[in-house]
Design a protein around this ligand. Structure first.
Ligand code: KIV
Ligand code: ZN
Length: 513
């Protein structure tokens, strides 16, 4: 293998599953493993077979299904644990056992109650035993970053001699800082005589938010395998995130000259969403690479820059990691450039004066409303146009309602001189009118929002109805109507929404022709 090829060892299904609150069924593990295979990871650590019968079955099921990557199972340095991995990986095409034993003074003293020599002996014996069952053996001196360097070097040399092909250096509690961790790896590369007989791997936790930085420092100092997880899941604060490690090496090729991975970065977004959905652990919006905001621009200055030249404020092409594209979030900080661009995208071509008027309306709305949706923008523009063409006009409506009868309505509309009349029932008088209009026009609307408010004071106050309706699942339109009668205001609002729908469709037809 190319000496600068970085092996990506994904432990989402093992360390990632140790995320508090995350737990996966066998079926879900298989689904994730299939996606990891498409993503191009080299090794999938599928679980810890001795920890439970369920985990053993899950590792077995994954190894039966997945053929391209190496499938790995975790084991403590005991024969029983190693045997469990062997049983779980009986059908695997490329099986690996990952044996771990803590080496740091803290773990030796307080957890294992064993002296250095005893640890060394157990490490060597477990690797020798593992080699009887597996060709591919990985060894991890747990809490390596807090282990005395001379002792760590002795352990690494001894396990390589015993047959470990990969030696993983975990920063188990995320204690290291990059310069220090990089020099631990360099020390091992320079002082362990048989180091070239094994691949040096790293496994960095994120307790100080340095998991990715430590992994990258390790690569720059000789590590050639990185253990990581999708979305940075893992025990406590998690592990180094796969997407960040891979994209850092990818974007900063100048700093990682010649290094490569087999990751198909276009699959990152999809993989990340799948893992989030199945583990139930949401992705923070500002998460690097795959968070919802990773390619969203809110400030007017940034939006203007990105629209002029994407590279002004984006270091990654969104499509390269599986996003659809740059997202310009329209809000109170947006400028004319972003606003008129969105109008063009929506299919509106309006004069400069109309644009100016619409922009003022947009800014006023943005001061009151955090999220401005495309239908808000469409409504602002349509309101600014002298009139919404009245394809449908209300001629007459009648409603029958009461506490002992099912409300029903009859509505008469006219469309270009033609009369359309229908009758229907509903859950209330307003609903009956809306269903009747649907029947008359031959469309079915889904009411998303409905508000009635008084716009003038007094007994004969003018009421205004504001509604939001979705037609054919993807056309959402707003409608407004007023009258001293709230039912009439509602009917007028619905007819107004239908007329906006007609206009919206004409605009989108024009855009696609
Ligand atoms: O964090 C750690 O040390 C581990 C080992 C089992 C590699 O997860
Ligand atoms: Zn770990």
């Amino acid at each position: 293998m190319d000496k600068n090829r970085i092996i990506i060892f994904d432990t989402t299904l093992r360390d990632g599953e140790q995320t508090p609150g995350a737990s996966l069924t066998v079926k879900e593990k298989i689904q994730i493993a299939i996606q990891l295979e498409s993503l191009g990871v080299d090794v999938i650590e599928a679980g810890f077979p001795r920890s439970s019968r369920g985990d053993l079955e899950a590792v077995r099921a994954v190894s039966k299904q997945i053929k391209k990557p190496v499938i790995c199972g975790l084991a403590r340095a005991t024969e029983a644990d190693i045997n469990a991995v062997s049983e779980a990986l009986k059908f695997a095409g490329k099986p690996r056992v990952h044996v771990f034993l803590a080496t740091s003074r803290i773990h030796r003293t307080y957890k294992l109650h064993k002296a250095k020599d005893e640890i060394l002996r157990l490490a060597v014996e477990s690797v020798k035993y593992a080699r009887k069952l597996f060709d591919d053996v990985e060894f991890s001196p747990e809490d390596a970053s807090r282990t005395e360097l001379d002792f760590l070097s002795r352990v690494v040399e001894a396990v390589i001699k015993a047959g470990a092909r990969t030696v993983n250096i975990p920063d188990t509690v995320g204690y290291a800082v990059p310069s220090e961790f990089g020099s631990v790896i360099r020390h091992l590369m320079n002082n362990v005589p048989n180091i070239n007989k094994a691949v040096i791997s790293v496994h960095c936790h994120n307790d100080l938010g340095l998991g990715v930085s430590n992994s990258l420092a390790a690569v720059q100092n000789g590590a050639r395998q990185v253990e990581c997880t999708i979305n940075g899941l893992g025990e406590r604060a998690g592990n180094a995130s796969l997407e960040e490690v891979v994209m850092a090496m990818n974007v900063r090729r100048d700093m990682f000259k010649g290094f490569s991975t087999d990751i198909k970065t276009k699959h990152l977004y999809k993989t990340s969403r799948l893992v989030s959905r199945l583990t139930g652990i949401p992705i923070q919006p500002n998460k690097a690479i795959i968070g919802d905001n990773a390619f969203s621009h809110e400030s007017g200055i940034h939006q203007d820059g990105v629209l002029k030249k994407r590279v002004t404020y984006e270091i990654i092409r969104p499509q390269d990691v599986g996003f659809q594209g740059t997202k310009i979030v329209l809000g109170k900080l947006s400028g004319r450039h972003a606003f008129s661009d969105r109008l063009k995208e929506l299919g509106y071509s309006i004069s400069d004066t109309e644009l100016e008027k619409a922009f003022i309306g947009f800014k006023a709305l943005a001061d009151k409303k955090k999220h401005i949706f495309d239908e808000d923008i469409a409504t602002i523009v349509e309101d600014g146009l002298s009139t919404i063409p009245e394809e449908y006009e209300l001629v007459e409506f009648k409603v029958t309602s009461g506490n002992k009868i099912t409300p029903s309505a009859t509505v008469t509309l006219s469309r270009q001189g033609k009369t359309l009349k229908a009758t229907a029932k509903g859950d209330g008088p307003v609903d009956a009118c809306f269903r009747t209009i649907d029947k008359a026009i031959g469309q079915k609307g889904k009411l998303i929002d409905y508000k009635v408010s008084a716009v003038t004071a007094g007994k004969d106050a003018l009421g205004e109805a504001n509604i939001k309706v979705t037609f054919d699942k993807h056309h959402t339109v707003l409608g407004r109507g007023s009258s001293t009668d709230v039912i009439e205001a509602s009917v007028r609002a619905y007819v107004n929404a239908v007329n906006r729908l007609v206009l919206r469709r004409k605009i989108s037809e024009k855009k696609h022709n």
